[in-house]
Design a protein around this ligand. Structure first.
Ligand code: NAD
Ligand code: GLY
Length: 364
């Protein structure tokens, strides 16, 4: 007996792939089987997710005659490194995995980004599947093919664009997610409303409590709508030559917070929340966003319980950290700013003084 599944597609020509969203889909391996070429797969996961979900996935695959090699990584943003990546390569080589072996990333964005990057490099590219188990990874990181590890000088600095063969998002895995992680995931959900979907933003204002209570139908709607927004942007601009940069609202400030505070101190979604308020403040100071709209955005993040002020790293340190941003072009910082709810723009018009003033106003 199969549960209700909602399916979207990321339209990338012959590299198009489905995103399946549903309750209990983790064990519906009939969704996975068409995408694997061999009777052996590698499942990359971590020490937190393995005891919760590895056995479910493994036994469902083994029941279909597919053997599973688990690779269990240490858990945490601070382990999104070369050293951890190498553990994946050690396991792949040790088990004589071939170019045609499929890698399944089972976990949150850290596992997904590292598993995807390993798949992009191993024997110059092996197929991979995303099985995201956090809200953040179900609405954002598992879709679109950005894979990476961190560098001490900057977040996600070493990586590749490498699309998965499919994404399988099981909403029931969110039942075990810690409250703080659920809230962090909502930051990326709210992002889609802010950058390109006013109607969704209004729906979020009306349904936030249901999402915080993990109501399955509200979560399904939010994940579906987020993935639909992301899939549309990725299909239009896979390698981020334009529109895709808008998905980085709040991220230039947010990445500076994550790197500056030490990876793992602030969750990615928390840093994005505070970063979004700095971007909104800057948009206001530039005369593009009225004060009431900044307050409306702040109210949304406060209701979730996300930070609306960044840490006091000092403006010089912020600017130094932000100078490594991947959107820097010819040495000039480009920032995602807001002209209204549902309307983001990429701009290099803010001066360092204006950026510093917004940081000052929004950091405690
Ligand atoms: P995460 O992967 O660290 O997961 C958060 C925590 O939840 C971890 O401790 C994890 O082990 C645990 N966990 C995962 N699933 C669980 C479950 N079902 N039940 C209980 N615990 C569970 O963090 P995240 O928020 O999923 O992802 C953040 C990462 O994603 C960052 O590194 C960020 O840079 C990256 N990211 C990438 C993209 C992209 O496009 N590739 C987009 C956004 C974020
Ligand atoms: N998370 C930003 C992107 O995928 O482009």
């Amino acid at each position: 007996m199969h549960n209700m599944i909602e399916t979207l597609s990321v339209a990338l020509g012959d590299r198009s792939y489905p995103i399946h969203i549903g309750t209990g889909v983790l064990t519906q391996v009939d969704l996975i089987l068409p995408h694997i070429k061999q009777k052996k797969v590698v499942v990359v996961t971590n020490t937190t997710v393995a005891p919760l979900y590895l056995e479910m996935l493994r036994s469902a695959l083994e029941a279909e005659g597919v053997s599973v090699l688990p690779v269990v990584l240490p858990d945490g943003e601070q382990f999104k490194t070369w050293e951890t990546l190498n553990l994946i390569f050690d396991a792949l080589l040790g088990a004589r995995c071939e170019r045609g072996t499929t890698l399944i990333a089972l976990g949150g964005g850290v596992v997904g980004d590292m598993g995807g990057f390993a798949a992009s490099c191993y024997q110059r590219g092996m197929p991979f599947i995303q099985v995201p188990t956090t809200l953040l990874s179900q609405v954002d990181s598992s879709v679109g093919g950005k894979t990476a590890i961190n560098h001490p000088l900057g977040k996600n600095m070493i990586g590749a664009f490498y699309q998965p063969k499919m994404v399988l998002a099981d909403i029931s895995t969110l039942n075990t997610l810690p409250e703080r992680e659920l809230k962090a995931g909502l930051a990326e959900v709210i992002k889609y409303g802010l950058i390109r979907d006013l109607e969704f933003y209004v729906w979020l204002e009306e349904n936030l409590e249901k999402l915080l209570a993990r109501d399955a139908s509200a979560l399904t709607h939010a994940i579906h709508r987020s993935c639909a927004n992301k899939a549309a942007v990725v299909a239009a601009d896979e390698k981020e030559t334009g529109e895709r940069a808008l998905l980085n609202l709040g991220h230039t400030f947010g990445h500076a917070i994550e790197t500056g505070m030490g990876y793992g101190e602030w969750l990615h979604g928390e840093a994005v929340a505070a970063g979004t308020l700095i971007a909104a403040e800057l948009s206001h100071q530039l005369g593009w966003l009225d004060a009431e709209t900044v307050k409306r955005i702040e109210r949304m993040f406060v209701r979730v319980g996300l930070p609306v002020f960044g840490p006091r790293l000092g403006t010089v340190r912020y600017l130094e950290l932000m100078s490594h941003d991947k959107k820097v072009q010819n040495g000039k910082l480009r920032l995602v700013l807001l002209e209204g709810i549902g309307k983001a723009v990429l701009s290099d018009r803010a001066s360092d003084a204006q950026i510093s003033a917004a940081i000052e106003a929004r950091c405690t």
